[in-house]
Each structure stands twice: as structure tokens, then as C-alpha cells.
Design a protein. Sequence first.
Length: 417
Amino acid sequence: MAEREVPMAPVQLEMWHAEQTTDSARENVYGAFRLRGRLDVAAFNRALAAVVARHEPLRTTTVATLEPVQLVSDVVPVTAEPIDVADEAEAVSLFTTISATRIPLDSLPLWRITLMRLPDGDHILGFVFHHIIVDGWSVFVFLADLGDAYGRALSGRDPALSPLPYTYSDYCHEERNLLGTSEFRDILAHWRKLLPSALPAVRLPRDGGRIDGAGAHGAILDTLLDASVTAQLNQRARASRCTVFTLMLDAVAMTLREHADTDDVIIGVPFHNRTRRKLRPLIGYVVNDVPMVLTELGSRGSDRDRLDYAKSVTASALRYPRTRQLLMRELHGLTDVETYTFMLNVQGSPGIAYGLADIDMAEEIPVYNGTFLHDFELMLERSSDQITGYLLYDADSYSRSRADALWTGLKSRLLGQ
């Protein structure tokens, strides 16, 4: 098996260092689907091999030499042998344990696939990736490519997928070469103007002490905005001449102002960073957390003034979205975890269709592995008529009643109440 060294992208390098200080599985990216219908396991495994062959991060591990680097292997054998389970509850219990198990950064591969067979012949497919090799967009790419290759294998064709003209290695080299260039100096100059000399400290009242590592406990609070509420949001956004995201950013900022008793807040907003077409077919860690700093909130007056301000903050922040921890360390000496008390993660579909031939995989199985990264992270997913999601929080530091109060206040502000 041949290997080659690839430098880490700056975001990967920052995560690698952060991972040396914890034994938590907080950077696991995971999910599960029920596969209804007759799954051809042999064809599935041939398809899986084809996806692994196409995408370098699925054949990657990390090592520390003079600095941490990636080692990309040319071949990594991976198969999914079905595990028989009594029912869906047993499958969820099994996969929850798997998703809560840390993947060491020197593992090869840096991901796990689990196939569980139910008595009625259906299967549950579970996947866990270390975040250092994927982001949310990557999961859609993985499932879409798996479906394409499975269809070929099922029909007796070669499941091999066409090579990518631009690879994740190319991206990593490009990101590293950005450092020290005039473009990077322009990015730093822009953010020096945009960010205050001292970042806001959002200190929410705590009910307990934070615990680091595998002993920490997270919790989730469902935050469904049903069709009626979503319709009200859309109507308010149109009347205010802004987007629903602007309403959300303003609502989070004003809720934090109230609960943290501060006029200045910072909110982390993940941005997919896939605006360049060549990045869209990649599996890899590309997403950036963009800092949204809103100041002097008490003097912003009317709803219109605040929403106009939130729009301007968003536009300025997204002018140079290729930022994340490297920027915060360069300007403020902070890591991502230290920077953000609250993350606002609004996910829309990347428009990537996925599925397996002759299989119904529309049902996503809810699984939560009990970990968290930030004090609070609001995860929302927009569909055509409603917004689903949950509020993930540090359950050692914050009580359920405090999380409830935060979400209740935020929802009221969303609706302009």
C-alpha cells in the first residue's frame, strides 16, 4: 500500500491541535438511515469501495512529523458486514455507542460504517466520520456517490466513479499557499476593520461547572418551527425586506443581550464555503465558522434599524468567508471553542440528491451521541414549509429550564413578539 504526504488545510491543523487536549468524541459527524427494501450487500460493498477510491479523505490518516500532516493511501479496504439486531431500538442503541466512540486521529480510515439488519429484512445504515476529513456538505456527497455506484453495481456494471479533476489534496495545497499572500493580507485587513480590538465576552448565567473531555454531558432540545410558524416568519421577512436568516441572527443577538446582560455579542455562523464550483463534488473539511459581531445593540432602536444592521454585519462577514480559527488566532490568539458561546447553524439543502436503487431511505433515524462543542448551538434545517432542528447545549453548565427559557425567548423574538 503506497502513501503520500499532504499538508493539512489550516482548519484541519487547528482541529488537530485542539483534539490533542481532549478524549471526547465531540468531533464525530454521524447519522443513520433506515433502508426499506431488499439491500444487495455485495453490491453495497462494491459501491462503498468505489466511493473510497474516488475520495482521498476516506483513505486518509494523520501523523505528526515536524508538523501534523495527512497520509493518503492509494487503497483502503472497507466492507460493511450486516449485524443482526432484534429491532430498531437495539440498532439505535448500538449505533449510539458507536457514534459516541472517539476515532483516534492516527486511525486508518478516519470513519466507520455500520450496517444493521432487522428481522423484517430492512437495514439501518449508520456512518461516523471524524470532522477533520468531512463537513456537513460532504455527507450529501458521500451518500450521492454511494447511490450512483450502488446502482451501477446492482445492474452488473463496473461501479467505479470518474476521478475528480480537483481533489481535496489540491484544496489543502491551495489553502496553505494562501498564507502570506497579498490576498491573505487583504483578508486580515478586512477583519481587523470589522472586528473590535477585544471580542465580546458572552457570559450566560450557569447552573453548574463545565466538564471537559469524555465525561462531559450534552443535551438537546427540539426546536421545530411548524408550517404555521414558518409561514409567519416568511411573511415577516418579506415585510421587513430581509431574509429569514437575518431575522434569526437578530433574534439570537437580542436573546443573548438579554440573558448575558451585554450590548455586544459574537455569534459563530458555519458557512459551507462551496461557492466555487470545483469544491462542490468534494468530500473534505471545507466549512468555515464565520464570526458575526453585533455591537451597541441597546442603541439600535427599532426593529427596522436592528434588521438593517444585522444585514450589514452578515454582508461584511461573508465578503471574505475563508476564515475560521486561523483568523481568530492571528487576530486574537483564540481557538474556535474559546471564541463562540453560541453557534447559529442554519442548514439548507445543497441540492444534492441521494438514494439507493430499489431502496426507500427517506427515513432518517434520530441519534444523539451526548457530546457538544460550544455552550449552545442552534441547529436548524429549512425545508419547503417548516424549519426543523434542535438546540444542543452543555448540560453540565446549563439546566434544561435555562435552555428552555433561551429558546422560548428566541422564538418570540423571531416572530417579533
